[in-house]
Design a protein around this ligand. Structure first.
Ligand code: R5P
Length: 313
């Protein structure tokens, strides 16, 4: 097998390579003057089982195109099997028609990835689990939950754990909140969120008693931070002792860092599925945990044709 990385995920890919104790394949990814992408793989990949790591994070279109072009190069170099390892699957929020004459971009992107040569996909916390069905090739959707569970156990004292309460910031995230709450035998609360228009969120109600509790909000994505910061403010208003968040994908578009900094949030924990700029790394309220072991172990199991279901426990 061989591991390859696109430019979107070099930090995470290097960490995964360390976990698997193997090098990243040498590949040149360059730009022509007009910004077209050119790829050259500098090692023989004929007959190899390839794991290509690339999040389709911002700039999503460039990173997606790069993923497709690397796969094309691999296919034409006679790689035996290509697994597209997409830690963050961009366009996933466009998973249904939101009105007349609108696209289902997540399905289009899934088609592009399969058509470009992927034999299978490995990803993490898809925005909606059913996006797996957009691919007609085997797709493993890992959960970040075990990484968050381990972090919470190491960060919170036994006494603090007695007060925690998991919060879903919308009805779509209830299953995720309930699953982690079960691990800690904790309660959950649900926020009744509405989106008056795209990119804006409003908290209507909180379902559950949050007073005196240390609330942990769970979500798959933080983008502008609007959902999270408004949820935190509402929880504090309803008597929460403090509010933190565990979010798998730190999309963090502007003005997310400013929003988090001035919010009621004590801490926002994200994973390294998306490479962060300095301003995020320098934000004292944001902390990153790595999913390299989780993804590395999944790659090892896929390469050895072992079951990956253990990783979902
Ligand atoms: C929505 O369903 C997602 O799970 C996130 O809650 C949403 O994408 C976060 O966006 P923002 O941070 O811009 O409110």
């Amino acid at each position: 097998m061989k591991l390859l990385s696109g430019t979107a995920s070099q930090g995470l890919a290097t960490a995964i390579a360390d976990v698997l104790d193997m090098p990243l394949t040498d590949v040149n990814i360059e730009r022509f003057r007009d910004q077209e992408i050119f790829v050259r793989i500098n090692e023989n990949v004929r007959g190899e089982d390839i794991f290509l790591i690339q999040s389709t994070s911002a700039p999503a279109n460039d990173h997606l195109m790069e993923l497709l072009i690397i796969m094309d190069a691999l296919l034409r170099a006679s790689a035996a099997r290509i697994t597209a390892v997409i830690p963050y699957f961009g366009y996933s929020r466009q998973d249904r028609k939101v009105g007349g004459r609108t696209p289902i971009s997540a399905k289009l992107v899934a088609n592009l990835i399969s058509r470009a040569g992927a034999d299978r996909v490995l990803t993490l916390d898809l925005h909606a689990g059913q996006i797996q069905g957009f691919f007609d090739i085997p797709t493993d959707n890992l959960f970040g939950q075990p990484v968050f569970e381990a972090d919470i156990r190491s960060e919170y004292s036994r006494k603090e754990l007695k007060d925690i309460l998991f919060v879903s910031p919308d009805t779509g995230g209830v299953v995720r909140a309930r699953a982690l709450a079960k691990k800690f035998e904790a309660d959950i609360a649900i926020i009744d969120k509405r989106r008056p228009k795209a990119g804006e969120s409003e908290v209507m109600n909180i379902i559950g008693d949050v007073s005196g509790r240390s609330c942990i909000i769970l979500d798959d994505i933080i983008d502008s931070g609007g959902t999270l910061c408004k949820a935190a403010a509402a929880l504090v208003k309803h008597g929460a002792k403090d509010v933190s968040a565990y979010i798998t994908h730190g999309v963090l578009s502007d003005p997310a860092v400013a929003n988090i900094t001035k919010s009621e949030l004590k801490e926002v924990v994200i994973t390294d599925t998306i490479t962060q700029p300095e301003k995020v790394k320098n934000c004292s309220k944001v902390r990153e945990v790595t999913v390299s072991k989780l993804i590395g172990e999944a790659i090892r199991r896929i390469a050895n044709a072992e079951s990956v279901s253990k990783l979902f426990d």
